[in-house]
Design a protein around this ligand. Sequence first.
Ligand code: HEM
Length: 259
Amino acid sequence: MSGKTDYATYLRIDALLDLQRPLSEGAHDEMLFIVVHQVYELWFKLILSELDAAAAALEAGRPDAAMAPMRRGVAVEELLIQQLRVLETMSPDGFMRFRDPLAPASGFQSTQFREIEALSGGGDGRHLRDQGRTDLQRAQLSARLQERSLYSALATAMRYSGVDFPSGDDPADRERRLVALGSLYRDHDEPARSVLHQLCELFVDHDETIARWRHHHALMAAREIGSRSGTGGSLGVAYLQSTINVRFFPELWEVRNRL
Ligand code: HEM
């Protein structure tokens, strides 16, 4: 049976294509800049929906059902890195033609990016005070910071499967988790352990892909603005370089030393 809609109506194409509003006249590259940022926000929306689905499956003790959404999330993150190449077709003088009027707007203020960090366990509330957020966005980020993280959802799934994986912050809990991870990484032939091991590796994929994005984004920024400060008011590339070593799941990197 066919429905009653059509392409433009279903996808709200007129509304979508009405959203690109350059601020500067005659700056050819501003359309590129706006479209790339908007596309990023759409992909961020999908990543959040996939990571949410993965966390919900883990919390329900269904690690098998968390694999597909984690895989899709990581596949989109790979695209986010490739998309930087499109921005790099813009020469620095092309960017300077429209950069000043858009300040202090900056990707630094992207609430969805901060939500991805928060869900991955990397948020600390600092960004709640950032300028440039609407009340609704601040409320969304605040809710994210209070809800479970992906790693705590993984811990729940581990316990469902009988793995000794406490959630606490103290060193003894951390050590028990590392012992459990070491054992899982050495021995994962049995199907239930194999699923948990693959999930841990998908978490590492997620962590690594975001870190590679941070690195490439810093290089791209250096290409576009040299050592100028950012439109968001930070030191610019020096600030971005300071974030490259951020890791969401340090224990999944630490376990490598225990094998
Ligand atoms: C010409 C293109 C771009 C340049 C020169 C650039 C530059 C910068 C700079 C200098 C910062 C540091 C904050 C500041 O002071 O503004 C920053 C942060 C950020 N930008 Fe970009 N950016 C560009 C494109 C993008 C795009 C397309 C995205 C996708 C949404 C993006 C996302 C981010 C995010 C998420 C941060 C925060 C990073 C963090 O705090 O770890 N940027 N950007």
